[in-house]
Design a protein around this ligand. Structure first.
Ligand SMILES: [Cu+2]
Length: 179
């Protein structure tokens, strides 16, 4: 009798230990997954910052003078503010789109645009949009208001398959915060 009871306790104990182990493993695996998907970069883009270029700039940079790099697969949260004297917009478009007279309103990544791409957002407006940088390559931040891209209102976005984190050149050209 005593032997049977002891065995039962052993079985119960082993089962408990197994459950604890499985629960711990599940917990670790969940934490690892959460970390893998937490690759988000918050990027601030200020339109029309520099009056001396007619305010046709992002963060004071135009004609590709600012390059933002993000690793492929990261989520990009763009905080856009128009501080210029006229409406502006921004979208992530395929490389070379600034050469089009009327840049396409279809962004390179789903959701990678402010509202009213071709008419722009009134000065003083702030808008946030989010997209997943799902494909490596070179892209452009372009203002869609007529004539603005031709006047220089575009910069560069590189979605990199080798970069380990986001960056911007020149250094501090944009506020980037990784999360
Ligand atoms: Cu503009």
């Amino acid at each position: 009798m005593a032997g049977k009871i002891l065995t039962r306790w052993h079985v119960a104990g082993a089962t408990m230990a197994l459950l604890v182990a499985v629960t711990l493993l599940a917990g670790f695996s969940q934490a690892a997954t959460a970390q893998a998907t937490a690759h988000t970069v918050e990027l601030t883009i200020v339109a029309g910052k520099n009056a001396s270029d007619g305010s046709f700039d992002f963060n004071g940079y135009q004609r590709g003078a600012m390059t933002v790099t993000v690793p492929v697969g990261w989520r990009v949260v763009v905080h856009f503010t128009d501080v210029g004297s006229m409406p502006h917009s921004v979208a992530v478009l395929p490389n070379g789109s600034h050469q089009q007279a009327m840049p396409s309103a279809t962004p390179a990544f789903s959701g990678a645009t402010t509202a009213n791409f071709s008419s722009g957002l009134p000065k003083g407006t702030t808008e946030t949009f989010t997209f997943e940088a799902t494909k490596a390559g070179t892209y452009e931040f372009v203002c869609g208001c007529p004539g603005h891209a031709a006047a220089g209102m575009w910069d560069t976005l590189i979605v990199s398959s080798t970069a380990e984190g986001p960056s911007v050149t020149p250094t501090n050209a944009a506020t980037i915060v990784s999360k």
